[in-house]
Design a protein around this ligand. Sequence first.
Ligand code: UD1
Ligand code: CA
Length: 490
Amino acid sequence: MTSVSVETAAVIVLAAGAGTRMKSRTPKILHPLGGRSMIAHALEAARGLEPAKLAVTVRHERDQVAEHVAALDPEAIIVDQDDVPGTGRAVEVALEALDAGAPVQGTVVVTYGDVPLLTSELLEELVGSHQAAGNAVTVLTAILEDATGYGRILRAGDGTVTGIREHKDATDDERGINEVNSGIYAFEADVLRRALAKVTTENVQGEKYLTDVLALARDEGGRVAAVATEDRWQVEGANDRVQLAALGAEHNRRIVQKWMRAGVTVVDPATTWIESTVELAEDVTLLPGTQLKGRTTVARDAVVGPDTTLTDVQIGEGAEVVRTHGSGAVIGPRATVGPFAFLRPGTVLGEAGKIGTFVETKNAHIGARSKVPHLSYVGDATIGEDSNIGAASVFVNYDGVNKHHTTVGSHVRMGSDNMYVAPVTIGDGAYSGAGTVIRKDVPAGALAINVAPQRNLDGWVLANRPGTPAATAAEKASATDDISLESDPS
Ligand code: UD1
Ligand code: CA
């Protein structure tokens, strides 16, 4: 991350609210969007400012939230809000905790844990404008067609900001204002500290409003200003699952668009989901229904999809991955995978190798140009180069207690329907017959075959299953056979 041009003493992320409209046993801010919790997005944006300190105010589902925050950001100071409700109190307790030791001086930014699309860039713009103008408070605002529920920005005749009125406390005239408070602010620490001490709970909701700080700052002669953003998505919170989905789709739309502009062909952006941690090269093609997650990387000219979900998968140049579900796998350059493949962790497919149709792999290294084309399970195996595993084969890796490894050499040609009962080793250039159950090592260049000789008991069906459709069919066939034998006695 590039170093930021503004100095932020502290960021306070508010995350004490109940989030009842989610109707969930999971705390609201732990709900995921784009592969990460909402609070993870909020923390990333906050950390982008490189603040000297960062605090998160918690209360609802306190332990679960605190544990999650600590795991994401061990340096974050977790602060408990007490019984006094409201955003003002949430900031006040955080500031008290941040002040422990030496009182915070300079700019303090406040953000919400449930506003996932906010970026560090917009926060930087807010702080930059706040500091350049020498403001006491700068609030980030947005113009909304329907401002219902939001705090409204009050301005004097000269356009300067005089305060914020909460929807529930507003007059009809004030409710006509469509510039709203995003809830994201830059404050000078001293102003914030002094004003919060004066904020009361005398309002319709009986809460300590952070919004009251603006008028109080102005009363003591401070400059209060607004930075209006045109990107309403960046200030939108998710209060229920409908909003969460809408924000998730917009988040994805932005990522997909970024990659298209970077040279990736996305045939259907609406059904292509890319997490922010994914890396794609130029001239990658993503077909409809593709989801790329985690640390997935795709190299040049590779084609992924349709209907493919990959988590932490590395795809080499020019590879093709069709209708595949995979995680923790490496796919070599020009290799082909699918359709209908299941790649489990530890799968490594070499250059121009193949994992084909209805094949499952796990902890399997398959060398360059080697192929597992059809209907097979390859678990705990190493396969050399230029080898072929016949259709419908199983690497029998589990004895009911332990897992064992199978090693297959290079230029091996194994028959269809083989069982590799691990641990077992197959030497270079070996062959096997169809239906072989390989329980012993196969030396290089040997043909392994262990199927019992086939016996045909002539007339068995007629004798043992008389009157069945099979018996009738057999009778008919033998009659035809006789005729053909007569007409062509060779
Ligand atoms: C608040 C603003 C409102 C603004 C709106 C934007 C106040 C008084 N009002 O509305 O002007 O338009 O946000 O979304 O600030 N929180 C706590 N502790 C609390 C209460 C809330 O930490 O006691 C946190 C919540 O978890 C949430 C954020 O503060 O992240 C906002 O709370 P919410 O109840 O959604 O905001 P409102 O008060 O409705
Ligand atoms: Ca809200």
